[in-house]
Design a protein around this ligand. Sequence first.
Ligand SMILES: [Zn+2]
Length: 80
Amino acid sequence: MALTTKKQFIAGVTCPKCAQIDKIQAYVEDGINYRECVSCGFKDEMRLTSAPRELQTRVNTSAEDIAGQTRAVKLIDPSR
Ligand SMILES: [Zn+2]
């Protein structure tokens, strides 16, 4: 999902403040990603600078392949 300067709703996201679903809009302001609830006015900065680690877990790649491609996986604590 690419964020643009236009406000757009994020489907399936629950507001952490009022707990209403599908009320969160995402937008970019001065290069910073924000999320805003249109229901209660909740506003928060979204930090998307970290690597999309979630995507890797969904990819059908074996652990050996990942280990061979990048040594960054060593940073992940296997005990979690
Ligand atoms: Zn809200």
